[in-house]
Design a protein around this ligand. Structure first.
Ligand code: HEC
Length: 290
């Protein structure tokens, strides 16, 4: 077994163990990170929805209030503005679905599904809860959700959501008088829910994992090549040359040239000693010959 073979065998063993260990450790970590990132984006989306609602209440509705007598403009409704705006997010967020899930909604598209209704009941049970998040199984794979409660804190909301008698006639004409009423001040009536397929986080994690492993492999490969070239040039070649010279000298052939001993390292010192030994041997043999 040559030096190079043993050296490479050790290096390969370290590479294989190192790569397996980093793959094992990094995979879970990268998955957690990707999931955290998706949750952060979802939280940002809920905050953006709140901002859009506030903007609609403070800046859009007052300007269009007078129009309510002539025809109902859903664009003045905060829930409508937030839902419609967030549905327009660019392609990279197309998997993030925002919904103002409500137990008794004005617009049927906002009706809470079974699992959303469970979240709303949980928020009602524990009034201090600010968010709920988790993963659930769906027919199309796992889905990540994050939810935040919606509480009626502004009495102005009740002009449309308390009784049909108080609501604008144009609202009743558009939405009917059976849904979205009977809400009370300080009641939790629904939840803002963002759901994202888990595959989004998983794909992110896979991409990060692939980049990490490829760069690790590249570093190992460069190390492998550089160490082999150095081993060859600095150790193996000089030693082979020296052993050939020693063989020639051992059979009395002093024609082989001396080693250039410019190097200051161990091999350089070996070359110097070798040259000195060879000269002594030559002299000794010369004396015997006389
Ligand atoms: C001018 C009447 C009006 C006012 C005032 C109003 N809403 Fe609404 N709200 C509506 C209508 C109409 C819808 C349905 C919009 C749609 O088509 O998506 C709605 C929808 C909602 C929804 C989504 C669930 C559902 O019922 O479809 C929530 C939540 C909601 N409103 C909360 C509020 C809150 C909180 C306030 C006070 C800040 C408020 N609304 C003020 C008319 C109003």
């Amino acid at each position: 077994m040559g030096l190079r073979f043993r050296f490479n065998l050790a290096l390969t063993a370290i590479f294989v163990i190192g790569i397996a260990a980093s793959a094992y450790l990094s995979y879970g970590l990268l998955q957690d990170n990707a999931r955290d990132e998706v949750v952060r984006n979802a939280e940002l989306m809920i905050s953006a929805a709140r901002a859009i609602r506030t903007y609609t209440v403070k800046q859009v509705r007052p300007k269009l209030q007078h129009h309510l007598q002539r025809g109902f403009l859903p664009q003045t409704v905060p829930a409508y503005a937030a839902t419609e705006t967030l549905a327009l997010l660019p392609a990279e967020y197309k998997d993030f679905v925002y919904k103002e899930a409500t137990l008794n909604p004005t617009n049927p598209r906002d009706r809470a599904s079974d699992w959303e209704a469970d979240l709303i009941r949980e928020f009602k049970r524990n009034g201090k809860l600010k968010t709920l998040s988790g993963v659930r199984q769906t027919p199309r794979g796992k889905s990540l959700y994050i939810a935040s409660p919606m509480r009626i804190t502004n009495p102005a909301c009740l002009s449309c959501h308390s009784t049909p008698e108080k609501a604008p006639l144009t609202l009743l004409a558009r939405y009917g008088n059976s849904n979205g009423f009977g809400w009370k001040l300080n009641e939790i009536i629904g939840a803002q829910v963002v759901s994202v397929p888990m595959t989004v986080a998983e794909a992110k994690a896979r991409r990060a994992f692939a980049t990490f492993m490829v760069s690790l492999l590249a570093v190992f490969l460069v190390l492998y090549i550089v160490l082999n070239v150095m081993l060859d040039r600095m150790v193996l070649k000089p030693i082979v040359r020296m052993s050939k010279a020693a063989e020639a000298i051992s059979v009395g052939d002093f024609e082989v040239p001396e080693f250039a001993s410019g190097r200051k390292d161990e091999i350089g010192r070996l070359a110097t000693s070798f040259n000195r030994m060879r000269r002594s041997l030559e002299q000794a043999l010369g004396m015997i010959d006389k």
